[in-house]
Design a protein around this ligand. Structure first.
Ligand code: HEM
Ligand SMILES: *[C@@H]1O[C@H](CO)[C@@H](O)[C@H](O)[C@H]1NC(C)=O
Ligand SMILES: *[C@@H]1O[C@H](CO)[C@@H](O)[C@H](O)[C@H]1NC(C)=O
Ligand SMILES: CC(=O)N[C@H]1CO[C@H](CO)[C@@H](O)[C@@H]1O
Length: 329
């Protein structure tokens, strides 16, 4: 009897903990009394930054995704360490645009003026992402809040945990499934490639070395698009040269990404495969035909991104500065 009671208590404790880690601690009115104008303050900072450079939009969205995939949505990707072995220092992260980091740092500064010491950098990043999406024509959605900032940021945790541009659908599913994303989530989230840039090196093999065959071009490319890309990205191209992920509406968050895939205008293997693989093709066709359906699915999926491994006061903190832990570690 005594032992059984012990088991019961352990089970109850486990339930309590698991409900925290799945993000049930989050709520949309979390800062209602401590920082009532939070969303406005963050969106104003994002707007200001977009006015300086449109790269802000994709940079913030991508930063949010990368941060959440590694140790959860806890702003661990923002940590800068003198030892240069934080998440942001990983080779996978090399291409995260500095403007994403800068946006969060600036928004935090404004938030601290209005409501000092209460709002996490993780929540500011989640809000900034939703502002960037809305300001570029995407869906408006309510952001669940109450995340704490993480206490762990390690480059070594990144490798192998982010999807790669050459992944086929099985590999993409493997990475997303680990975090509980469905195939519809995966396809909807990939729609974030409706904005932003991509460096030539990420798809050069599709143009010049398809399947390891020198001179071969991926036949799933639209030939006209492949020719345009060869001009923008010649074989001797510099490492800083990048092209738009969505060649038609690169700074508008719309469903053209999906019509592009149908026409062979997907830039990365991981983009085009969503159409060429018959398992995901119907979802691509659905989103290409119906932007509302894409937006609805995207809002569900980005909500899941934001609730990955949420930290609490027990395993996180409210950082004073987004790029460093409060206490020296
Ligand atoms: C499905 C698997 C994914 C793969 C393989 C992938 C890969 C990539 C690659 C290789 C780039 C180009 C980076 C560069 O050369 O600078 C990129 C850019 C980008 N990705 Fe993804 N990504 C994926 C999913 C996502 C998701 C889920 C999001 C957000 C919800 C996202 C948001 C972005 C954005 C906004 C950019 C443009 C960044 C910029 O212009 O600064 N990606 N992605
Ligand atoms: C946008 O930038 C211009 C100068 O480039 C400036 O005059 C204007 O006030 C800015 N708008 C906002 C909302 O910051
Ligand atoms: C598009 O999707 C929305 C949301 O799922 C749905 O309500 C609407 O009926 C769809 N429109 C068409 C034309 O199928
Ligand atoms: C934006 C940013 O901080 N990028 C960093 C990613 O990692 C490399 C090192 O691998 C750094 O040099 C970059 O500054």
């Amino acid at each position: 009897m005594e032992a059984r009671r012990g088991t019961l208590i352990i089970i109850l404790v486990l339930i309590a903990f698991s409900s925290v880690s799945t993000g049930e601690a989050l709520s949309s009115d979390y800062y209602q009394s401590t920082c009532p104008n939070l969303r406005q303050i963050v969106c104003d900072a994002v707007k200001k930054k977009i006015n300086e450079t449109a790269v802000t939009i994709p940079a913030v969205i991508r930063l949010f995704f990368h941060d959440a995939m590694i140790t959860g949505a806890d702003a661990s990707a923002l940590i800068a360490l003198p030892t240069e072995d934080a998440e942001k220092d990983s080779s996978d992260n090399k291409s995260l645009a500095g403007d994403g980091f800068d946006t969060v740092i600036r928004a935090k500064k404004e938030v601290e003026k209005a409501c000092p010491g209460v709002v996490s950098c993780a929540d500011i990043l989640a809000l900034a992402t939703s502002c960037a999406i809305e300001l570029s024509g995407g869906p408006s959605y309510t952001v669940e809040l109450g995340r704490y900032d993480g206490l762990i940021s390690k480059a070594s945790l990144v490798d192998g945990n982010l999807p790669g541009p050459n992944f086929d659908l099985d590999k993409l599913i493997a990475v997303f499934d680990k975090h509980g994303f469905t195939l519809v989530d995966l396809v909807a989230l990939s729609g974030a490639h409706t904005v932003g840039f991509c460096h030539c090196s990420r798809f050069a093999d599709r143009l010049y070395n398809y399947n390891g065959q020198l001179g071969a071009t991926d036949p799933t490319f639209n030939p006209e698009f492949a020719n345009q890309l060869k001009q923008a990205c010649p074989t001797n191209v510099g490492p800083t040269i990048a092209v738009n992920l969505d060649p038609f509406t690169p700074i508008t968050f719309d469903n053209l990404y999906f019509s592009n895939l149908i026409k062979g205008y997907g830039l990365l293997t991981s983009d085009e495969v969503l159409y060429t693989d018959t398992r995901s093709r119907p979802i691509v066709q659905w989103f290409a035909a119906n932007q509302t359906a894409f937006f609805e699915a995207f809002v569900v999926a980005i909500g899941k991104v934001g609730s990955l491994d949420v930290k609490t006061s027990a395993d996180g903190e409210i950082r004073k500065e987004c790029t460093s832990y409060n206490k020296k570690q």
